[in-house]
Write a protein that binds this ligand. Structure first.
Ligand code: DUC
Ligand code: ZN
Ligand code: ZN
Length: 471
């Protein structure tokens, strides 16, 4: 027996990085201390008989208490967003510290860190979003922040906050020197601008037209270019929210050349098509995001890419806007698609949707589910002690009831958005108990967490390069 065991989760099907183990998980001081073998003499015990015991979800792409590219605060605070995440089984999140124009990066990070430390109820880290590289002291400031543990950066190729090719290469070089991953929103800005202008001139401005304003070619071009930049600069890159089969094919081709690129997709590209935008009036605005949802053929291509390793993980891209004048309708009661904030909530639904598809319906199975939603995000973004049930890791654990069926309602999420884009969608498999560092923060639908117990996750210098890279 290991001394001083606080809790044993007994008799569950435990998904570890080395496969499924049937047995006990022992926890002491918030860490996993033993796995598999029966453990006697703990202070407390929980039965997980007939249940899955899986690591807490790691969601590496969520917009929280953030100003959008259109200058709008999103709907969530760190408190509402992280409560919502926990209710859906997620225990770590990487959100954005988004630089305002003219702002010193150290001020940006200090602002977001202050808000997160006040409100967050799960553990967190930041991607630093770079939009103004001309600020005095930019390079030194960036290097210092990376060295201080902020090991990922975010850049755009569109959205009015895009960097030029030259600026992108400069950032790739700085990231390489200091040891950070660069995440990219990759869509070609000129293609989007032309498509948007043509649609507006023709009077086609409904939410459905939003999908036509983001041609698939915009994704293909930018993904191919960024892969070449990654290859040229020998800098690891994460391509965000791949939505098309051509985007996935471009990643696959780049990886085959040895380019240091990873890529992700999101549930709304796996389970929705652009038909979600086709609703009476402005209703479709609730589902508007960029890139937009695509076709069933794209969904199949994305699943294939996830299961063959071309795409490495699934994030939520949680981007919460209310369907009112604080959010989607801030430009008035009759906005065109180009005046409507992009994004939909997803922190709380990511894991149940994927558990249902991958574990209940068997698309990949429990190990692939855990790999894509916990193991890979923690490994790739370098979150030490997160994303896996193994000795020495944080006891961030979810007990899943595989038999519980839930049909999402209109407003049953715990974020501050006021609608649920998955209303009417049925899932089987539910996070019955969620633990953060050994402490139960959700039990049978009741939230037990509170601000003040979360931790910023300090990340060491990037140690890994994507699979397929030569050196
Ligand atoms: N697209 C993004 O790239 N970010 C947030 C929301 C969205 O739709
Ligand atoms: Zn994006
Ligand atoms: Zn995003």
């Amino acid at each position: 027996m290991v001394d001083g065991i606080d809790l044993v989760i007994q008799d569950g099907q435990v998904v570890t990085p080395h496969g499924v183990v049937h047995g006990d998980v022992a926890i002491s001081n918030g860490k996993v201390v033993s796995l598999g073998a029966p453990v006697a003499g703990a202070k407390a015990r929980i039965s997980a008989k007939g249940k899955w015991v899986m690591p807490g979800g790691v969601d590496p792409h969520a917009h929280i208490e953030q100003m959008s590219g259109m200058g709008q605060w999103n709907a969530d605070t760190f408190e509402t967003a992280t409560k919502s995440a926990a209710m859906g089984g997620t225990t770590s999140v990487i959100s954005f510290a988004a630089q305002a124009n003219g702002q010193l990066l150290s001020e940006t990070v200090a602002d977001y860190a202050a808000r997160a430390s006040r409100g967050a109820m799960i553990d967190y880290a930041f991607h630093i979003t770079l939009t103004d590289t001309d600020v005095a002291g930019f390079d030194g400031d960036l290097a210092a922040l990376i060295s201080a543990g902020h090991r990922s950066l975010k850049v755009f190729t569109t959205y009015n906050i895009q960097l030029s090719d030259a600026q992108l290469l400069r950032i790739f070089q700085s990231a390489r020197q200091s040891g950070a991953l660069v995440c990219v929103h990759a869509e070609n800005d000129a293609i989007i601008a032309k498509a948007r202008e043509d649609l507006i001139n023709a009077g086609h401005v409904t939410p459905r037209d939003h999908a036509r304003s983001r041609p698939r070619m915009a994704e293909t071009e930018a993904v191919e270019r960024i892969c070449r930049f990654a290859e040229y600069a020998d800098q690891p890159v994460m391509l965000f929210h791949i939505s098309t089969r051509e985007g996935a094919a471009a990643i696959k081709a780049a990886q085959a050349r040895g380019a240091p690129v990873w890529a992700e997709t999101c549930p709304h590209y796996l389970f929705m098509t652009e038909d979600v935008l086709d609703k009476p009036g402005l209703e479709g605005a609730k589902w508007m995001c960029s890139p937009p949802q695509r076709t069933e053929q794209d969904q199949e291509a994305l699943w294939t890419a996830l299961l063959n390793g071309t795409l490495s993980l699934i994030s939520s891209d949680h981007a919460p806007y209310r369907f009112d004048d604080t959010g989607k309708l801030s430009a008035g009661r009759n906005p065109g698609f180009h005046q409507i904030a992009n994004g939909l909530p997803g922190l709380e639904t990511r894991l149940p949707l994927l558990f249902n598809a991958m574990v209940t319906e068997g698309r990949g199975g429990p190990e692939a589910f855990v790999e894509l939603t916990s193991h890979a995000p923690a490994r790739i973004y370098g979150l030490p002690h997160k994303g896996a049930i193994a000795e020495g890791m944080d006891a961030d654990i979810v007990i899943w009831d595989p038999g519980k069926t839930v049909t999402y309602g209109a407003d049953d999420l715990h974020d501050n958005v006021g609608y649920n884009p998955w209303e009417g969608y049925q899932v089987t498999g539910w996070p019955e108990r969620v633990m953060l560092r050994g402490r139960t923060i959700v039990e049978n639908g009741e939230f037990l967490g509170e601000p003040g117990h979360s931790m910023w996750i300090d990340r060491p210098k990037l140690a890994t390069k994507p699979r397929g890279h030569a050196s």
